[in-house]
Write a protein that binds this ligand. Structure first.
Ligand SMILES: [Zn+2]
Length: 452
């Protein structure tokens, strides 16, 4: 029987792009499959310059931006490429969460291969597919229950919910014939679901894992200011006290925790939170999964949709149009509103004409963001309208010192740092580190009885 092994096909010395293949005898499963936020990818594909939809795998393989894995890609995605189609040789894909750097290449995968994911994650992917036209492909989606083991051949995978900057994020324990592997996905423990992360990490420690495959987004030098979610709330509260004008905030479109934080702060200050159509659609779609305390425009007091005018409205935008708040209302009664504005919608400021000195809360990470507007461009707009910039963000990721503390408490036989530009940072911890190399397979050995 070939030994159990792990191969890092992506996420090596880069943020995002996780593609982790775990093999045990004949059984092969993959964790996540997305593009990295890497300089390498951006050397060839950036903004609107993207692979052709008729030959995506060919166009990515040209620059070695995808792994050459036989029996993984769909026949359609492989069109025109020199990698021949083969029936599936990967038996399952497990998705940690719905961020694009983990799920964004799902549409390339053979639809015959089952994709396991949380029920809420599935809802999120569906909502994103509708409101962003992002294509995740047709798949045999299999939603799982938290902490209920899933068997794939000899492998057993246990999904644990974790706290991250998007709801329905998971880490996994993977039981192989050589012992248990831990795959963290992306996580933090300073958000509203910190208890989930703690429960996952204690289960991980109890399993006495042979390997901890951990994200390390914030490993190494991290000059970015970071707050907890409660810290963001306190900061926004302070800004809104006795404020006689409108306030603005920009967030990641799928950071539901942040939208809830802004909503709570707006309510406490007797304001209405006004959100873009896309956020409204997302909140409405997720409400059944997330429960009663999710504010939904049209249903919940104190939240409304901003009436951005367009020539043509999508079908999913139409339910929000009737009660949408027009620019003129916010211009006249700015004191009543906290407006969550997308960076791409800044021309609205030309109609909103906020009084000089109105606060603008940048509630996203500092140097890079998912929908990147150049920092200089952002500040030019703010200066033009005299808006006061405030940076207030709670990262989706654990800090460097927290990561080392987690490694110490989980005490794996070895650490595999991925989703980081600074994997060697983990060498300052107290466990052995195996630095992943892209495409190299690492055999997993069962621990000897002398361990511990
Ligand atoms: Zn993420």
């Amino acid at each position: 029987m070939p030994p159990a092994s792990v191969t890092f096909l992506g996420g090596v010395r880069e943020i995002g792009g996780n593609k982790v293949l775990v093999e045990d005898g004949p059984d092969r499963i993959l964790f996540d499959f997305g593009p990295a936020f890497s300089a390498e990818l951006e050397q060839f594909y950036v903004n609107f310059l993207q692979p052709r939809s008729t030959s995506p795998v060919k166009d990515l393989l040209e620059f070695d931006l995808l792994p050459r894995v036989p029996g993984l890609y769909s026949r359609a995605a492989l069109a025109e490429s020199d990698l021949p189609y083969e029936a599936p040789r990967v038996h399952a894909v497990f998705l940690s969460h719905a961020h694009v750097d983990h799920a964004g290449y799902l549409h390339l995968i053979d639809p015959e291969i089952p994709v396991y994911l949380g029920r809420g994650t599935r809802t999120l992917l569906d909502a994103m597919a509708v409101s962003t036209h992002r294509n995740f492909g047709e798949h045999d989606f299999r939603t799982f229950e938290d902490r209920r083991p899933i068997r794939v051949g000899n492998l057993e995978v246990v999904p644990f919910p974790v706290d991250h900057s998007i709801p329905f994020a998971y880490g996994y324990l993977v039981r192989t014939s050589a012992g248990t592997l831990v795959y963290t996905g992306d996580f933090r423990h300073h958000g509203p679901r910190a208890a989930d992360t703690h429960a996952f990490l204690s289960a991980a420690a109890e399993a006495r894992p042979i390997g901890l495959i951990t994200e390390g987004t914030r490993a190494g030098p991290d000059p970015r200011r970071n707050l907890s979610e409660a810290g963001v709330r306190a900061g926004v509260d302070r800004l809104l006290v006795d404020l006689d004008r409108p306030a603005f905030a920009c967030t990641y479109p799928r950071d539901v925790d942040r939208l809830r934080t802004l909503y709570a702060a707006a309510r406490a200050a007797d304001r209405t939170l006004v959100v873009p159509y896309r956020a409204a659609h997302l909140l409405a779609a997720l409400a059944p999964e997330l429960g009663d305390d999710v504010p939904v425009p049209g249903r919940t007091e104190g939240i409304a949709v901003y009436g951005r005018r367009k020539k043509v409205y999508y079908k999913w935008e139409q339910p929000f149009l009737e009660e949408a708040v027009p620019a003129a209302e916010i211009r006249e009664h700015g004191r009543r509103y906290l407006l969550a504005i997308d960076l791409g919608h800044f021309p609205e400021l030309i109609d909103l004409r906020p009084p000089s000195g109105s606060p603008f809360v940048h509630s996203m990470s500092e140097p890079f963001s998912e929908d990147d507007v150049d920092d200089r461009v952002l500040h030019r707009w703010l200066d033009h309208f005299g808006l006061a910039f405030h940076q207030m963000h709670a990262s989706g990721h654990a800090s460097g010192p927290e990561l080392l503390e987690i490694v110490r408490s989980v005490a794996p036989r070895t650490v595999f740092p991925i989703h980081t530009e600074h994997p060697e940072f983990f060498r300052s911890g107290d466990r052995p580190v195996t630095l992943p190399e892209r495409g190299r397979t690492v055999a997993l050995e069962a621990p000897t009885s002398r361990r511990r």
